[in-house]
Design a protein around this ligand. Sequence first.
Ligand code: 5GP
Ligand code: ZN
Length: 140
Amino acid sequence: MKQEQQNCIFCKIIRGEVPSTKVYEDEKIIAFLDIRPITEGHTLVVPKAHTSGLLDTPGQTLAELVFAAQKIGQALVTSLGAEGFNLTCNNGKASGQVVFHLHFHLIPRRASDGLSSWPHREYALGEAEKMAEKIKSALQ
Ligand code: 5GP
Ligand code: ZN
């Protein structure tokens, strides 16, 4: 086993070496409660195969992850009465990622939970088009 998998906290949870409050498991995916929840029921959905983030993960695994997230998101709404949820995925240290094993956060939300959304900016005239050109050039 690679050193990064040996030391990875989520791999340890998957191997059963570290306890977790599991809510879902199948052959490819595990989901457990975040140890420091943003809201009650905050769940981490994690592929069992170790990759560090979205960019180094095979498409098939991503499909399985999204499918599980949909199923668990529905369960949060049904079982906890959540009025909605955020599905987030931090990629890279600058984004706030601290565990470098790919995971989705499912954060149950209520209109009354007092959490604000991210601040929005505005583009200056012509800036959005320039930005789009830059991004498109990397997609060809
Ligand atoms: P990131 O910022 O990397 O997207 O989020 C990592 C998340 O994993 C954090 O919300 C953190 O609370 C959670 N976490 C870190 N270590 C553990 C752990 O040992 N057990 C559980 N259940 N969650 C953890
Ligand atoms: Zn891992």
